[in-house]
Design a protein around this ligand. Structure first.
Ligand code: NAD
Length: 292
């Protein structure tokens, strides 16, 4: 990579904490090298208290932009000049683009989710989705699915600190899109089972299935899944989650972890910064071969 870097190299950042484990630097720098683009992507440990200075640095250093992750996805908003419509509806940003000092915030997690289904030739527009979770990932997925034409979303959440957010998501989707969203509590198991039974896709966007909950799943009984339902877990470490094992046991054909979403949210951001399409199949190979 050093051969690529010279006095004209354009910097793109990733501002989050903790962030050293991220796959994004690997994805973007390999994509820049493959296309011969003179950019470099670096991760920075940025907590909320450093956010103001970090955003100033984007302008001062004339960076092309940055990714933003936890704990900054919501807190970054007041520092930006403009928001793309999906970021506004989500109340969160994961990508910043700097156009001559004007900073625009985007969210590419939801588009990444929808694109990853398209990559598998799956179209959920006009269909019903059951979605567990209403945190950062769940919000982005619900909002983008609704904007893209998914007909119905049944959102399930525990009565925890994210419940208010789940209420907000349902309200915004019903007011601002043509999708019909309903809110349900995860504690009502029979309701959960019957909404899944009625859906084209079940997506789990909770952290259940990843450390420290890697031995857990919200759906335990394979009998809850038809073979033709799509089962999508946003977790990507481990690669095969407990939920995915339940779906496989049920004989479900389309079972996915969150790697496709990681890839496509990155590709979307790459396009926003460079105007070029990420060499997705090349990066997919690098990403999917890493065994985590
Ligand atoms: P978050 O903290 O914002 O939200 C967590 C959600 O999980 C909430 O809805 C919460 O109610 C729910 N939850 C937590 N513990 C639970 C439990 N024991 N039982 C039921 N529900 C529970 O987190 P996030 O940023 O939305 O991330 C959620 C998951 O999505 C993580 O596994 C993360 O790795 C994954 N993720 C994947 C991608 C991707 O590109 N594939 C992107 C973002 C997040």
């Amino acid at each position: 990579m050093t051969e690529r870097i010279d006095g004209h190299t354009i910097l793109i950042g990733l501002m989050a904490y903790p962030i050293r484990h991220s796959m994004s630097p690997m994805m973007h720098n390999n994509a820049f090298a493959k296309l011969g683009l003179n950019y470099a992507y670096l991760a920075f440990d940025i907590t909320n208290d450093k956010l103001s200075d970090a955003v100033k640095a984007i302008r001062t250093l004339d960076m092309r932009g940055s990714n933003v992750s936890m704990p900054n996805k919501q807190k970054i908003i007041p520092y930006l000049d403009k928001l793309d419509p999906a970021a506004k509806l989500c109340g969160a940003v994961n990508t910043i683009v700097n156009d001559d000092g004007i900073l625009t915030g985007y969210t590419t997690d939801g588009t990444g989710f929808m694109k990853s289904l398209e990559d598998e030739n799956l179209d959920i527009r006009g269909k019903k989705m059951t979605l567990s979770g209403a945190g950062g990932a769940g919000t982005a997925i619900a909002v983008q699915a609704a904007l893209d034409g998914v007909a119905e979303i049944s959102i399930f959440n525990a009565k925890d600190k994210f419940w208010d957010n789940a209420e907000r998501n349902v309200d915004i989707i019903n007011k601002k899109t043509n999708c019909k969203a309903t809110l349900h509590t995860l504690e009502d198991r029979e309701d959960f089972r019957s909404e899944i039974a009625d859906s084209t896709i079940y997506c789990d966007s909770t952290g259940v299935g990843m450390k420290p909950l890697e031995d857990e799943t919200l759906v335990i009984d394979p009998g809850w899944f038809r073979k033709d339902i799509i089962v999508y877990d946003t977790v990507y470490a481990p690669r095969t989650t407990k939920l995915m094992k339940v779906a496989q046991k049920a004989g479900v054909t389309h079972v996915f972890n969150g790697l496709g979403m990681v890839l496509e949210q990155g590709a979307e951001a790459f396009k926003l910064w460079t105007g070029k399409s990420m060499p997705v199949e090349y990066i997919r190979e690098l990403l999917f071969k890493e065994d985590k």
